[in-house]
Design a binder for this molecule. Structure first.
Ligand SMILES: [Zn+2]
Ligand SMILES: [Zn+2]
Length: 175
């Protein structure tokens, strides 16, 4: 869904839509949308630079992967959002102009307007944590045998320094 400047010059656009999983590419193979993403709100022009302001509500469920053990982790996103998109050429012309008095995030758009899909992707990624863990003290995967150490204790030990020295010594005598 495109919010085109030429339409927004006439009137604000209200939207209420639902994105099925797969409609939005979140650019991260570890991230999966597991339920429809509901988006509703208003797009309108703001300020003297023809900024496009998109604000409203979003709610959805995604699934990420634990950074340590790679198990799936449910990620709920939702709440109110308020994003501002400036024509890409506007800031290069007025580089030092104060961005906005309001505390909104500013992005840029090129061409005729802003796609709702891009707005939704941006807001969802802003909400998601940088690192995802299945639980606060996740023990991760054993680098030696590959078991998930949250579920199973393995008998692997970290390689000992003197073992490596022994291997090196054998190699030298065999040479
Ligand atoms: Zn984990
Ligand atoms: Zn192990």
């Amino acid at each position: 869904m495109l919010f085109a400047v030429k339409d927004l010059e006439l009137r604000k656009i209200r939207f209420e839509t639902s994105f099925a999983p797969g409609r939005i590419d979140f650019l991260d193979p570890a991230l999966k949308q597991v339920a429809p993403l509901e988006a509703s709100g208003v797009a309108e022009l703001a300020g003297p630079l023809e900024d496009i302001r998109v604000h409203g509500r979003l709610a959805g469920s995604l699934e990420g992967k634990c950074d340590r053990c790679l198990e799936p982790v449910p990620l709920k996103v939702g709440g109110e959002f308020d994003l501002l998109y400036r024509p890409a050429e506007a800031d290069s012309a007025q580089a030092e102009r104060a961005i906005s008095e309001e505390d909104t995030e500013v992005g840029y758009y090129e061409g005729s307007g802003v796609q709702l899909e891009d707005v939704v992707r941006e807001q969802v990624l802003l909400w998601l944590p940088l690192h995802v863990f299945c639980q606060p003290g996740c023990k991760g995967i054993c680098p030696t045998c590959g078991v998930n150490r949250n579920r199973e204790a393995c008998a692997c030990q970290a390689p000992r320094l003197d073992d490596r020295w022994a291997a090196l010594k054998n190699f030298k005598t065999g040479d």
